[in-house]
Design a protein around this ligand. Sequence first.
Ligand code: ZN
Length: 379
Amino acid sequence: MTLRVSSRFDGGNIECLSCDRPGNIRLRIAPDRRTEYLQWFYFRLTGARDQDCVLRIENAGAAAFKAGWRDYRAVASENRKDWFRVETALEGDTLVIRHKPRTDGIYFAYFAPYSAERHADVVADCLSYGNVRLAVPGTSVDGRDLDLLRIGEDGGTKRQIWIIARQHPGETMAEWFVEGLLQRLLTSDDNRVAELRRRAVFHVVPNMNPDGSRRGHLRTNAVGTDLNRAWNAPDPVKSPEVHAVRSVMAETGVDLFLDVHGDEGLPYVFLVGTLGIPSLSDAQQAWFTCFSDSLKAANPDFQSEYGYPAPKKGNANLGIANNWVAETFGALAMTLEQPFKDAANNPEPDQGYSPARAQALGAASLDAMADVLDLMDKS
Ligand code: ZN
């Protein structure tokens, strides 16, 4: 049986340097096009059933976030549904994965992938509900549709809630989060959720970066733009994805904005607020605290002790989506980060952080949104 490594599929990323024998499979991650960003990998190994394999990703030391490899374990799947953690270690600058596959075809990835097919299935499923509309406000650099779901009809006093995910395409947990959120929002007969549907219109972009997702990028679109640095001056050519979404936001306004991500380094789920924006108000800070406290009560993975250091007032980078939205609309605007590793405050060593946990967090975020709307109505 010939050993073979392939990544020529949706979201795939690896280059095979040599795979002559299972004990020394030499690999390297391709950087995002026109950039040096690399960390996302996703490939299939065939012909290695029942053999002790050692896979060496030799340029792991050049990853965008080298600290991301500390205490990290890669995921693998035989059936493409269940992803389990495998033995992984950083040895010098090489990430070494040791595993004995039980089948002739096994997939390895940085985190459980989220495919373009699954995205299309979820969007189609959402559209089977009468109150859901789909708009395509623009296309990506490669010409892919940007899907924008609107849940609920606009009415005079309704709040405008915006949720976007996967500006950074390798952060697939972001789209798993959105799937869980949509599932509960559309199907729950829970009073709180029903009330939320009456009080707010939801605008949801499950995947801001379909090109980067398809190409197996970590962080950028097809021409190397980090979309989450482009919000203050989106370029119709280099960042058409942000340009398109921003123009719809200008029409709807924004009361609450959640931009969903993954963080390579920190083993925690955490929120990033907008403390650095010039126009930060007391109300914005109170809404942030309310959302954070409520999410903590609703989900065991979320915590508020660990996160990024807060910038000084006036020092915010307004190219970052949540800062730009908070500054422009006076909204509550947050970035939500989830780990690639595990949530250290609520460890599940077998699984690590997983699609199921991201979905549960997405569903729980609706409780926090309901509490914030209560507070907004009072202030
Ligand atoms: Zn990100």
